[in-house]
Structures are given as structure tokens and as C-alpha cells.
Design a binder for this molecule. Structure first.
Ligand SMILES: [Mn+2]
Length: 121
């Protein structure tokens, strides 16, 4: 599918990738965010890949977030997982990257992946 090729092309283009998800994360938000980080780390070990947002204390056993500096956003690809509207994205710096990809997988329709590629600059 064309959109997956476009996403892969963007992933290959950037050395730094920062992955966000919604505020007050549930396990599916953390699973998509951290799962994507692990998948990218295995396939692109030379890239800097970080997960952004607050560590949810009740789910800290599942995943802890990385320290992401403002500098990390320079020339970074930002990918947002599991978040329907921008107001709910955890860490408003998602907008500070060079390019933004928003991936939304509706819980009941996992096969229908809705994705937006948003050109930043
Ligand atoms: Mn969720």
C-alpha cells in the first residue's frame, strides 16, 4: 500500500525519530508507541529513537518514557500513535519536529489504519 511506502521512506530519511501518543496513556497507547520504537531500533540500529510523554506511574512496569530534549526535535521525524485529536497528544513539542506522521488505529477496526502525513517545512 502506498501510504506504508511513504512512511518507510520518511523513516529512512531521518536520523532522529520521536514517537508520541495520547495523554494519560492506556496499554494500547504504550504498546503502539514502544512497540514501534523497538521495531525501528531492530531495523535501524544507527538511528536515535525516543518515546515522548509522561511516564504513567500505574503502567511504569510496562514502559518508561525517554528524556527528550528540545534539541532532539531539530531535524527529527515525529510519529504520533493512537491519538485522535492533537489536543490530546502528550508533550506539545510534537509540533517542533521537521516532519509529522499521525497514525490512528481505531480499536475496533485495526485493519483500517488511518494515517496522515503532514509536511512541516
Ligand atoms: Mn489509547
Amino acid at each position: 500500500m502506498e501510504i506504508f511506502k511513504q512512511i518507510l521512506h520518511k523513516i529512512k530519511e531521518y536520523d532522529t525519530i520521536i514517537i508520541h501518543r495520547h495523554m494519560r496513556p492506556d496499554p494500547d497507547a504504550l504498546g503502539s508507541q514502544v512497540g514501534l520504537k523497538k521495531l525501528l531500533q531492530v531495523n535501524f540500529p544507527e538511528k536515535k529513537i525516543k518515546v515522548a510523554g509522561k511516564t504513567e506511574p500505574t503502567l511504569a512496569w510496562l514502559a518508561k518514557m525517554d528524556d527528550v530534549s528540545d534539541d532532539d526535535y531539530k531535524h527529527a521525524l515525529v510519529i504520533v500513535c493512537d491519538t485522535a485529536n492533537t489536543a490530546r497528544i502528550d508533550d506539545e513539542r510534537y509540533n517542533k519536529g521537521d516532519f509529522l506522521i499521525k497514525i490512528l488505529v481505531p480499536t475496533m477496526l485495526a485493519s483500517m489504519i488511518k494515517t496522515q502525513l503532514i509536511k512541516k517545512r
